[in-house]
Design a protein around this ligand. Structure first.
Ligand code: NAP
Length: 434
């Protein structure tokens, strides 16, 4: 079929699936292979969305519908760089889309960051979500205090997952190894540190509000850190920010003795150094103030004793050899998704780690439209060429049907309450698949 436009999408997360949906939604003769290095699809839906936010994961049903189109195929357990090169994909397909996300933690860039108890949210969240890369992370949670750095939803997710009881997590798909480490742990204090103030935080009210409804943990905030009525008035807040202010105010009325675990929201503190020799014993912070929205150090330092530091300060896309990369922003260099001739990117690999899952939908549509406009079918081999190459290399490819077997095995291991028990090991996934 020389008039077929063959597109390979690398990364089976939301960005990849929305792009595939848009590419194959019209009557154009487009065929898409969605390639993922893991045997499981859905990227951040599986490994990033918090395990106790099951309703958000329902969006995967939409991706499954896309995958059920004759024109779309999932190719799992095929890794760009390990199994196949970008040059080979560009030979086989008319266009290649990098939807590889931003899985690497942004460094804090401070002394002590290399200590073993400093674990970025990318690693920590992947660990509790059973991502195979982090199944052996084995964080030491036998500590009285954890410090979470950042004032976004990832920080809230991490604090909440650590603070919830086994009973509260019963209806989640928290990785077994994480449940075994988190639930017996005796963490008493969880600090969420913001380098700016409540007005500058990027929590969403739903997520922030959850911290105020935990069974065993109370959210605390120093009333002195709340903005005055006049400041709030002058700030012309969005509806969401107004809701956050109400939640912050109610947290400021809580008292530490209400529940056995305390979640402290502390603003105007920036991390200066992680302290410890072999492992973390504290973090040095500088008190800050905010001027014109900017964080300004006051020169006044304090030490917060803590056994673990989880920076939740954003992510970076993993660079790919020969693909131009914006070092400052941490994603591929691109112009509205175009990297170079027939090579595109989408999602966090295109615009950095921000926005909700839904943000990927318009993003995918835009890049799909660009491809359909820019690229012409050239009689490339596409799918059959990939299959020949995989067979020649003896690669153990996972199809969507295979994935459904993995999914069924995980669900069968669950219960009426627990949606699934996830495999964390690729070999176990492959055993279930075949
Ligand atoms: P985020 O919302 O951008 O928050 C990052 C936080 O890190 C900010 O408070 C930022 O402070 C702080 N930060 C950055 N560099 C820092 C440094 N060197 N020292 C101290 N603090 C630093 O990012 P995120 O929480 O990683 O979330 C990523 C995206 O996923 C967001 O769009 C988020 O809403 C979304 N998400 C959504 C959900 C949900 O809807 N349930 C769950 C998780 C994630 P400044 O503001 O001062 O820079």
């Amino acid at each position: 079929m020389t008039d077929t436009l063959w597109v390979a999408i690398i990364g089976a997360g939301p960005a990849g699936y929305y792009t595939a949906e848009a590419l194959t939604g019209g009557d154009t003769n487009v065929r898409v292979d969605i390639i993922d290095r893991l045997p499981t699809p859905y990227g951040l839906i599986r490994a990033g969305v918090a395990p106790d936010h099951q309703s958000i994961k329902n969006v995967s049903m939409r991706y499954e519908k896309t995958n059920n189109r004759d024109t779309v195929r999932f190719v799992g357990n095929l890794s760009l760089g390990r199994d196949i090169t970008l040059a080979e994909l560009l030979t086989l397909y008319d266009a290649v889309v990098l939807a590889t996300g931003a899985p690497k933690d942004r460094p804090l860039g401070i002394e002590g960051e290399e200590l073993s108890g400093v674990i970025g949210s990318g690693a920590f969240v992947s660990w509790y979500n059973a991502h195979p890369d982090y199944k052996d992370l084995n964080p030491d949670l036998n500590i009285p205090a954890v410090t979470v750095i950042g004032n976004g939803n990832v920080a809230v997710d991490v604090a909440r997952v650590l603070a919830k009881t086994a009973k509260e997590m019963e209806s989640s798909d928290l990785a077994c190894h994480a449940a075994d480490a988190i639930h017996p742990a005796q963490i008493k204090d969880i600090y969420i540190l913001g380098r700016r103030g409540p007005l500058e935080s990027s929590f969403t009210p739903k997520e922030l509000g959850e911290l105020n409804r935990l069974e065993n943990a109370v959210a605390l905030l120093d009333p002195e850190q709340l903005p005055s009525e006049a400041t709030i008035e002058a700030a012309e807040l969005t509806g969401a920010a107004k809701k956050n202010m109400k939640i912050f105010s109610s947290m400021a009325e809580n008292t530490p003795d209400l529940k056995p675990v305390r979640v402290h929201l502390q603003f105007y503190r920036r991390p200066m150094a992680v302290l410890g020799h072999d492992c973390v014993c504290g973090i040095r912070l500088e008190k800050t103030k905010v001027e014109d929205g900017k964080c300004i150090g006051t020169g006044e330092n304090e030490v917060l004793p803590t056994g673990m530091v989880v920076p939740c300060i954003g992510y970076r896309t993993t660079p790919i050899q020969d693909v131009p990369y914006d070092e400052r922003r941490g994603h591929f260099n691109n112009e509205d998704g175009l990297i170079s001739d027939r090579l595109y990117c989408v999602g966090w690999a295109k615009r950095g780690p921000m926005g909700t899952i839904g943000t990927n939908k318009p993003d995918g549509k835009l890049v799909a439209a660009k491809i359909l406009n820019d690229v012409k079918a050239m009689g490339r081999e596409g799918r059959s060429g990939l299959d020949t190459l995989c067979a020649a290399r003896n690669l153990d490819i996972v199809t969507f049907r295979d994935w459904k077997k993995i999914e069924a095995a995980e669900e069968a291991a669950g219960s009426d309450i627990t949606p699934r028990v996830k495999f964390a090991d690729v070999n176990d996934m492959l055993d279930a698949a075949h």
